[in-house]
Design a protein around this ligand. Structure first.
Ligand code: PLP
Length: 391
């Protein structure tokens, strides 16, 4: 395989993916098809994190007062490179919930101002909006999104229908976690700009999986987990704040020492396990050695491998769009006449395959998420198992 192979060719190169799988430790007592919550890092990521933990333990406050800060600044630079941002627009949070709460809670809004979000956003994001609604009279404005949109325009129109003259901001979930649908962020952001809205992107499932930069999305803020598709340690997250939005954003954890224009004012979390930042840097090196376009093509291929085989099963209904531009790794399905938990339980008990039952007012089904160590053999075994359960 030449170095210049296209992402699509590399995505189907099983010999290459066997070497990738060997870089991870995969469970031997079940098949992991729930990489959507947490995509454990490669072995080298854990080794780097543990070494930093060991040094922190050994050197104590000497580490905290010296190396720790240098490590965090280096991680900020690395992360900014992946995001296509300036390091002065990036902070390291502990997860996506925290990153997005900093934005939603800290934006200057008056009573009666609205934030548009969708009916399929992540619960903790909706909770942050609802808290401002309860305490300050901000209005949560819900857009209803289709499960199987026919065009970007259709999605844009759904968001636009929720906008009023008092709307000030919009939250766009790039990849909906329940169904795996990829939302056309750029097209929605263009509509939002026409209405002078601030654009907040929930990139928990897109960062490190889909190939883009923050500039491509034209957003003001972007928050993500890094323990999902970047394969970084638990306890790492990203917040991007466009330079001209930093000054007005109130920190969730107060910091009056730093100038209001310094993005680090948003990062005053107190002590935290900084060893995760060493693991994060190693995860970025590993991520860059594969490349986002190749990861995206591979995860898309694995998703299509099973969805294309089960689509024709009479009792199976897919809740994820078929268009490859509208999905990534995640696919969700329902089996007619069976509770999602029953399907998930039988897959685990009878076939040792681990997936996730989703209970959401709009998406009720079983979510399947392959990861980088997943093989086509894993996927085909899942298809056979589902055939026998959904007969
Ligand atoms: C779309 C989406 N947003 C936000 C989050 C929250 O992520 P975290 O666990 O990093 O706070 C998740 C977690 O699964 C998610 O799927």
């Amino acid at each position: 395989m030449g170095l210049l192979a296209s992402p699509e060719i590399r995505a189907g190169d099983e010999a290459y993916w066997r070497t990738v799988r060997e870089a991870y430790t995969v469970p031997t007592d079940f098949t992991q098809l729930e990489y959507g919550w947490y995509h454990p890092g490669a072995n080298r990521v854990l080794a780097a994190e543990m070494e930093a933990m060991r040094q922190g333990q050994l050197r104590g406050a000497h580490y905290k007062r010296g190396e720790m800060n240098a490590e965090r600044e280096a991680a900020r630079v690395d992360l900014a490179r992946v995001a296509g941002a300036d390091p002065e627009e990036v902070i390291l949070t502990r997860n996506a919930t925290e990153a997005l709460a900093i934005v939603i809670r800290g934006m200057p809004l008056a009573s009666g101002d609205g934030i548009v979000h969708s009916d399929q956003d992540y619960p903790s994001v909706v909770e942050a909006i609802e808290q401002r609604a309860r305490t300050e009279g901000v209005v949560a404005q819900t857009a209803r999104l289709p499960l199987h949109p026919h065009s970007d325009d259709e999605v844009v129109r759904c968001f636009e229908a929720a906008v009023t003259p008092r709307t000030r901001a919009i939250v766009i979930t790039h990849v909906i976690n329940h169904s795996g649908q990829v939302v056309p962020v750029r097209a929605v952001a263009e509509m939002a700009r026409r209405h002078r809205l601030q654009v907040i992107v929930d990139a928990a499932h897109s960062f490190g999986q889909l190939a883009y930069t923050v500039k491509d999305l034209d957003c003001d803020y972007l928050g993500s987990s890094l323990h999902k598709w970047l394969g970084a340690p638990l306890g790492t997250g990203l917040l991007f704040v466009r330079r001209d939005r930093i000054e007005a954003l109130q920190p969730l954890f107060p910091d009056t020492r730093l100038p209001a224009t310094d993005v680090r004012k948003l990062e005053h979390f107190g002590n935290r396990p900084d060893s995760a930042h060493r693991g994060l840097r190693e995860a970025i090196r590993w991520h860059e050695s594969i490349g986002t376009p190749v990861k995206q093509a591979r995860l898309n291929l694995l998703q299509r491998r099973w969805t294309s085989q089960v689509r024709s099963l009479p009792r199976v209904k897919l809740l994820t769009p078929a268009d490859p531009a509208r999905h990534g790794a995640i696919g969700t399905f329902a089996v007619e006449g069976m509770e999602p938990e029953t399907v998930a339980r039988r897959l685990l008990e009878e076939h040792r395959i681990f997936v996730n039952a989703v209970h959401h007012p709009v998406v009720r089904g079983v979510r399947v998420t392959p990861g980088l160590p997943s093989s086509v053999v894993d996927i085909d075994a899942f298809v056979e198992a589902l055939r026998s359960i959904a007969r």
